[in-house]
Design a binder for this molecule. Sequence first.
Ligand code: NAD
Ligand code: UD1
Length: 339
Amino acid sequence: MTILVTGGAGYIGSHTCVALLEAGYEIAILDSFQNSKPELLKRIKEITGKDFKAYDVDLLDSDGVERVFSECSIDAVIHFAGLKAVGESVANPLHYYHNNIVGTLVLCQTMQKYGVNRLVFSSSATVYGVQETVPLTEDLPLCPASPYGRTKMMIEQILTDICSSDSNWSVALLRYFNPVGAHPSGLIGEDPTGVPNNLLPFVTQVAVGKLNQLSVYGNDYETPDGTGIRDYIHIMDLANGHLKALNWVTLNTGADAFNLGSGTGHSVMQVIKTFEEATGVKISYQAAARRPGDIAISYADPTKAKRLLGWQTERSLLEMCVDAWRWQRNNPNGYQSES
Ligand code: NAD
Ligand code: UD1
């Protein structure tokens, strides 16, 4: 079975490619490398000992996408390709709507042309926005707070409409919570461009000496220690969720949404303390103002994924920290380290 992985050179895509290859799937990667490095392809081969096709193609280039479908006999698609920086999406919404939505339309049109109708889509917990209660369940009304989040909500709607119009289609809409960590080999991991926005890459860059101090955004939330609570999920657990979702789209039709989270929330202070415990490295931090757009508490109700996909997380926050640190320590400059 051959799986087309759009955005397969990115953080989540690359770890999922490793999981797919190790499970015996053939893969083809399509990526424009606008937020990733070709070096990563070598690392995937090094970890798995397997070869695969990779295309430097932008999803907005319909001829390029068609070439990939004509050269590979694709059975299903995992669609990671997209832009994901919340702040950038607020500053440049047109760019985000164009890239994420038009890219998905081109992909689906080409899938339709080639009779490929199984798709696993990277949505995000950001589609929930601010809700009255936690844990978050899939049936809540969606109210994303940024253009980025709205691209995810709109794409979910588009894919649901395609499934309603054609009963041969099957789409799993995966709402990721907070993916962190790295492959245990330390060969692949998260390689953010510029100063990281997300907590754990910031922590690891402080630990390795690239950044001086972490700002803890808000210590006056209504949480036990006053800092924000999130549902962190090990990247390899998330990767395995995609294999389960692939099974689901193979056996079912229609569109359905699944939370991929652990069901447990951890505060910023708990993350700092667990990282220090896991690595023996002290993290310098200071309290700072709340980050605009942040919510106090977000964590998943993962019951539906467990029941219908047969998936749940297996790795602890400590393992996430150990693996994130191994990656950062071995690759202080990410994939640039070698060149
Ligand atoms: P990433 O930026 O590391 O990977 C995305 C990949 O898509 C990159 O390699 C980029 O070059 C590629 N890409 C972007 N636009 C493209 C286009 N038009 N054509 C071809 N390739 C294109 O991001 P990631 O963290 O691996 O996220 C993967 C997906 O999961 C994204 O859709 C993201 O929105 C979603 N997601 C991520 C998180 C997270 O915390 N990382 C959380 C929820 C959802
Ligand atoms: C952010 C995005 C969200 C995206 C998610 C995963 C925003 C507003 N939201 O969410 O859309 O889906 O990443 O990619 O950008 N924190 C600090 N100091 C830092 C960085 C973060 O204290 O330097 C805190 C945050 O306030 C939050 C927690 O750490 O309480 C986690 O932050 P982050 O990793 O950015 O994830 P999200 O806020 O969940």
